[in-house]
Structure formats: C-alpha cells, structure tokens
Ligand binder design. Structure first.
Ligand SMILES: Nc1nc2c(ncn2[C@@H]2O[C@H](COP(=O)(O)OP(=O)(O)OP(=O)(O)O)[C@@H](O)[C@H]2O)c(=O)[nH]1
Ligand SMILES: [Mg+2]
Length: 448
C-alpha cells in the first residue's frame, strides 16, 4: 500500500494578505476601544481599503498619473494609450474627471470601486493589443487624475481619494514646477513614508536642452531624496515628442507583469497602519492567560463548594445533618477574583487593554448568578455514612473520597460557566492584541 500525499500549493502572498486583513477586521471589532480614536479611524479605513482592493484581485495593477496642473498627465496618458482619449490642454477645462484605460480583460468591478464613470473608460482588449509592446502592459489600469494643486476643491478631493487606492503612483513633474512645495510636502513625502510604489517622470523635456534636462533631473532626484524617495529614479520624458516613453513603458510593463505591485501596495498600506498602531500597543508585550484552574478553585470555594466538601467528608465519617442545597457566591468575592484575573491577563499591556478585557469578561454579579445556578443544577454525589466493620478501617478513605468527589462536581459546575464567561473572552482579546501587534512587526518582516 502506498500513501499518496495531496500536493498543496503554499499560500500565495495574496492569500496571506487576505487572511491577515480578515484577522485585523475582527481584532478591530473586539479591541477598537483600546486604540486612540484618530488611529482607530485610520486603521479601519486602511483595513476597508485593503479588503476591497484584495477582493478585486491583484491581477490588475492600478497606475495613477498624478501631479500639478499642466504637468502633462493627460498628454502622457494619451501618449501611453496611443490615442487621444483624455483631454489635455493648457486652455481650460483642465482634467476634472478621472479617465481610465485598461489593457487586457475588462476591469469593471475595479473601475466601479475607483468610481471611474463608464464613459471615461477605454478598453484595450487582448486581441486589440496589436504589438508585443502593448501586450506586455496587459493587466494595467492607467488612470489620468486631475491636478493635486487645483483651485477646484472637487479636483483635489478626487486626487486625495484615488491616490491611496492606486497600486503604483506615476508622478508627473514639470521642469518649471518640479520643486513645488505642496507636491513634495503633501504627496511625495507621504507616498515615501507609506512606501507607496512610485515612479517619477520629468515631463516637457523637449523644451529644455539635454544639459538642462539632466541638471533639472538631478536636482529633482536630490529633492526626492529629501522626501525619503531614495530608490525612485527620475525618468526624463516628453509626452509631446515621445522622448523617453519607451523606457517608461518598459518600467510599467515590468511592474505590471510582476503581478505583485497590487499586493505590495496593500502590504505597504498595512505597514503604515501598523506604524500608527504601535503607540497603542506595548513593545514586546506577550499577554498570557492566567491559570484557569486556580480561578475555578477560588470561585468554587467562594460559592461554598469547599464547605460542602468538608460537610460531605464529615457525613461519610458518620456525622448527621443534611448537606446544604442552596448556593451563594458573594458578588464582592467574585469581583475580587475577576479583577485578579484581568490584572494578570493584561500584565504589561497599556491600560486601555485592561478596560477592553474587563468589558469582554462577564460582570461579577452575572457571573455570581451563573455560578450559583450551575451549582444548583449539578449532580452531587450521594454520601452515605459508612457503617459496620468497614467503618473501623474505611472512615478516613470514605471521607477523603466524599470530599474529592464533591470538589470535582462543584468545580466542574463552576468551570462550565467560567470558560465562556471569562476564559474565552480573554483569549479573544489576546488574539486581537496579537493580530494588531503582528501588524506593527510587518515592517521588520519586510526588511528581513
Ligand atoms: N512641449 C511640451 N508640451 C507638453 C508636454 N506635455 C504636455 N504638454 C502641453 O502642456 C499642456 C498641459 O498638458 P496636459 O496634458 O493637459 O496637462 P495635465 O497635467 O493633464 O493638466 P491638468 O489636467 O490641468 O492637471 C498642454 O498644452 C500640452 O499639450 C510635453 O512633454 N512637451
Ligand atoms: Mg489633465
């Protein structure tokens, strides 16, 4: 007989990301109270965006053309597409609606999510991708955005909405405005801090001498380094003459064919959420579950189980009197045990987590009532006094057995309530803590 092993593919990067996002979503449901509200909103928005982006699949790569007014985004869009689709022009109107070109399969769901209106979508279906050059861009969704420095607030809103949704940002810079403060301060710096995959082109180079074009490109490169973008090369291009477009297309083809840009963009989104979260978590804390047996024993004792066990032992020895059948777990004692548990379970965590665990764990009066009811319903062992010759030798053994059996039944009854009311909620919060903590370490994982 031979044993056949089924071949299981290792989980893809996307599967790992999808699972991570799902874990984070439920963690935020449980633990959001422990996260300061500003960070909480940011983390929630990131989780939502990543979840939606992953649901669209990572086979498409969304490339957005971003930059100042007149830098040539629409012209470059047309030059890459090879058709006059986006409307360029110094003469107004400038771009105020997003245009999209899709290479390969239709990407309707993705374009709906990006809110690109149906009449602004240009499909480049595979059989229309005439040249090899075009086919290498299969899977690319190219977006022409309005200008980020628009006097029109609606345009800026569109840019600010789409930029975080794009997988790859293609920054288009104009030689006259390449040092623009807003571009660097609000966009390039942020993109760099968030590790957003980016490319930078210096457009309009046909208007410069080769020498000047290189001088500007070098200076722009220096400014990008100040923004933190040390790995991003500046590509000099001209949307008008087509200069440098072959190199740009090759860069885009490389990014698109790697099929990992979207996953990378999601990952970088999560990393930056992790950085914001770090302050709400304790460095290197590893919350541990306290000993549940100890808690059960203490609560059982508080409710009178040990007293009944002693009475049962006495009865086995021949003492008279009925064993009590009413149970009372004093709320203040239950509360003390409960607080000791919460303290131990949140040792080393920021104080807000203590509150979260405390809210998740059942309150003392409900817990006391549950314990009492469970003890009332328990099947207690029958204890009869030992008589006759056996009494001579067996009293001690019978008493200890009666004691042991009573404790077992009583503690099992208490445990039945403690598991769902105390232990499981604590475990859930610990898991939420760990999933969030994992996010803060995603950064190092990437560097490793
Ligand atoms: N000489 C030259 N002119 C260019 C180049 N690229 C664009 N232009 C011109 O610059 C002007 C603005 O170009 P657009 O493509 O509309 O610029 P845009 O970035 O889309 O502008 P907004 O939509 O307002 O943000 C147009 O007149 C283009 O013809 C280039 O590489 N060289
Ligand atoms: Mg435009």
């Amino acid at each position: 007989m031979s044993i056949q092993f089924e071949h299981v593919e290792p989980p893809s990067e996307t599967t790992v990301l999808v699972e991570r996002v799902a874990r984070l979503r439920s963690s935020m449901e449980w633990a959001s109270e422990a996260i300061p509200s500003g960070v909480r909103e940011e983390v929630r928005a990131t989780i939502e965006r990543c979840d939606q982006r992953l649901a669209m699949g990572v086979d498409f790569t969304v490339v957005a053309l971003a930059g100042g007014t007149g830098s040539g985004k629409s012209s470059l869009f047309n030059a890459i597409v090879g058709r006059e689709f986006a409307v360029p022009g110094v003469a107004r109107p400038t771009t105020s609606h997003v245009s999209a070109a899709v290479w390969g399969d239709r990407a309707d769901a993705l374009l709906d999510w990006l809110e690109v209106s149906p009449d602004r979508r240009l499909g480049r279906e595979i059989d229309q991708l005439d040249s090899d050059d075009e086919a290498t861009l299969s899977g690319m969704v190219l977006l022409d955005l309005p200008d980020h420095d628009s006097i029109n607030a609606a345009n800026r809103e569109i840019v600010d909405r789409i930029v975080p949704m794009a997988d790859l940002l293609l920054w288009v810079v104009d030689p006259q405005k390449y040092a623009d403060h807003a571009l660097h301060q609000f966009y390039l710096k942020a993109a760099s801090e968030r590790d957003r995959p980016s490319l930078v082109v210096l457009n309009h180079v046909d208007r410069l001498s080769t020498e000047d074009a290189w001088a500007v490109a070098r200076d722009l490169q220096r400014l990008l380094a100040v923004d933190g973008m040390t790995q991003v090369p500046v590509m000099p291009v001209s949307a008008r003459t087509g200069h440098g477009l072959d190199i740009l297309r090759a860069e885009l083809a490389g990014a698109v064919s790697a099929r990992t840009v979207a996953a990378e963009a999601v990952r970088s989104d999560l990393v930056s959420a992790g950085r914001s979260l770090a302050g709400a978590l304790a460095k290197d804390a590893d919350p541990q579950l306290p000993d549940v047996d100890e808690l059960v024993a203490a609560l059982a004792r508080a409710a009178g189980v040990d007293a009944r066990a002693d009475a049962a032992a006495a009865r086995a020895r021949g003492a008279h009197g009925e064993l009590s059948t009413t149970w009372r777990a004093p709320v203040h004692t239950v509360e003390r045990e409960r607080l000791d548990w919460i303290d131990a379970a949140t040792e080393g965590l920021p104080v807000a987590w203590r509150r979260v665990v405390s809210e998740a764990v059942e309150g003392a009066s409900d817990l006391a009532r549950r314990i009492e009811e469970s003890l009332e319903d328990a099947h207690w062992p029958t204890i009869e006094p030992v008589h006759g010759w056996r009494a001579l030798f067996g009293k001690a053994a019978a008493a200890s057995s009666a004691r042991r059996r009573t404790l077992e039944v009583g503690r099992a009854a208490v445990r039945r309530e403690v598991l769902p009311a105390v232990l499981e909620p604590t475990e859930t919060i610990h898991q939420a803590y760990r999933a969030l903590d994992e996010l803060t370490e995603l950064d190092q994982e990437g560097a490793a």
